[in-house]
Design a protein around this ligand. Structure first.
Ligand SMILES: NC(=O)c1ccc[n+]([C@@H]2O[C@H](COP(=O)([O-])OP(=O)(O)OC[C@H]3O[C@@H](n4cnc5c(N)ncnc54)[C@H](O)[C@@H]3O)[C@@H](O)[C@H]2O)c1
Length: 432
């Protein structure tokens, strides 16, 4: 099928590449001309495992191309996907101006029937506003359908998740777009759920909030484990083997971050409030998440006593493993808090150093270190802030010798407690 995707970021680019891989003809549009230039030149503006190969082979096969023009995207496709940002506003509600802008751009470019699919994460009832906006701004007065098709990919595993989705949710206001949507997704061999638009929009917020709730739940348990001498990993294994609960998203740590969970949670709380429901459960999920970081920073401060002029090595800047994304990264927040207390930092991330430089304050107090094994050099302590699997292969002997005193704070529970102690570390992790 002929598809266009408006917004070529983490969701749009990976979706476009995967649709092309399955044989569709895709045009990915972005109004960031620098990004389009990079993509046209064969570069990839983000890091996602497997993405580069997928993009280059589909560009070479003539199934994937890039444009700055929404009008060009609309003209050359039957189905137009929207994958632009839906960032939070200071009060927690969603800034829908990107969606509204794109809806107007699509409307003014339409000269024949189109299916307009919202893939961005939006509050329930957004589809109604998108429909009304297109109706108002479509000069050609042609027919169209608005569809909600929320995206569930995980950054760091985006290609894998898009190629093998658990389920495809398609929210529609009429039956007319259903066949085309089924055809788009037929090659993915995944269960398809067709709902009304409001339910599809709610499914996305409800799913992300539930996953965030699971993380806060295990983090709350980690506090009880620390106070009682139990081990949160053993508890998680024990409860996770119950298939009704499941082991995933039960890893205690620094709390959740990233561009989705925090914003989707506050958006859901806000929408619920507007609909007359006080979602106290989710407010508590937010509170536990914030406290988890506070408790970890306190652990560092209690151990090092005074943080001013302490040199601390930080492993990890991305919000999780396998990504270069530092948006709302707990690792970045941790760095900022340590800097605020007067510490100096030596930091390393396998993929996110460039993006971190743009968000951490420019300072002679932060040294970016290319080799993870060189981070500990001259430091008073080492902190693991992101669960990159390669950190498990850290030269621990070397780190112990390079540190002023062998203190390691593991915010991601990557190492074994007994092994670290037998290696001579003062080792503090989460809930163990
Ligand atoms: N990142 C994720 O893991 C993820 C997962 C599921 C859903 N989502 C949702 O998908 C949406 C997009 O997220 P993302 O992470 O891909 O964002 P992103 O910031 O990586 O990408 C969005 C892109 O849209 C472009 N854009 C903005 N306005 C535009 C316009 N008027 N015309 C054309 N392009 C425009 C931006 O330049 C940017 O490249 C959000 O609603 C997000 O909540 C994200």
């Amino acid at each position: 099928m002929k598809l266009s995707i408006i917004g070529t970021g983490y969701v749009g680019l990976v979706t476009g590449a995967c649709f092309a891989e399955k044989g569709h003809h895709v045009i990915c549009v972005d109004n960031d001309s620098a990004k389009v230039k990079v993509l046209r030149g064969g570069g990839i503006p983000i890091y996602e495992p497997g993405l580069e190969e997928l993009v280059s082979s589909n560009v070479a096969a003539g199934r994937l191309r890039f444009s700055e023009s929404t009008a060009e995207g609309v003209a050359s496709s039957d189905v137009v996907f929207i994958a632009v940002p839906t960032p939070p506003q200071p009060d927690g509600s969603v800034d829908l101006s990107f969606i509204e802008r794109v809806a107007r751009d699509i409307a003014s470019a339409m000269t024949s029937y189109k299916i307009v699919v919202d893939k961005s994460t939006v509050p329930v009832k957004t589809g109604e506003n998108v429909t009304e906006t297109i109706r108002r701004y479509c000069r050609a007065k042609v027919d169209f359908d608005v569809v909600s098709n929320p995206e569930f990919l995980r950054e760091g595993f985006a290609v894998e998740d898009l190629m093998k989705p658990d389920r495809i949710v398609i929210g529609v206001g009429s039956q007319r777009p259903v066949a085309a949507m089924r055809e788009i997704y037929a090659p993915f061999d995944a269960p398809i759920i067709v709902t009304d638009i409001n339910s599809a929009e709610l499914i996305k917020h409800a799913a992300n909030s539930f996953l965030a709730l699971k993380i806060s739940y295990i983090n709350a348990i980690s506090a009880i484990c620390e106070a009682s001498g139990a081990n949160v990993q053993e508890v998680a294994n024990g409860i996770g083997m119950d298939t009704r609960i499941g082991r995933r998203f039960l890893d205690a740590g620094l709390g959740f971050g990233g561009s989705c969970f925090p914003k989707d949670l506050s958006a859901f709380i806000k929408i619920a409030e507007q609909l007359g429901y006080d979602f106290r459960l989710l407010k508590e999920v937010q509170r536990i998440n914030a406290e988890q970081m506070d408790r970890f920073v306190k652990k560092i401060a209690d151990t090092l006593w005074v943080l001013r002029d302490k040199k601390i090595g930080v492993l990890g800047l991305a919000f999780k493993q396998n990504t270069d994304d530092v948006r709302v990264s707990p690792a970045i927040e941790l760095c900022q808090r340590l800097l605020k207390e007067g510490a100096t930092l030596r930091v390393h991330d396998p993929k996110a150093m460039e993006k971190a430089k743009a968000v951490l304050p420019p300072s002679d107090k932060v040294a970016y270190v290319d080799d993870m094994n060189a981070v500990a050099e001259g430091c008073d302590a080492l902190v693991v802030a992101t669960e990159w699997p390669q950190f498990k292969k850290l030269d621990l002997d070397g780190a112990r010798r390079a540190l002023t005193h062998p203190i390691l704070f593991d915010g991601r529970n990557l190492f074994d407690v007994k092994e670290m102690e037998s290696l001579g570390f003062i080792y503090k992790s989460v809930g163990r």
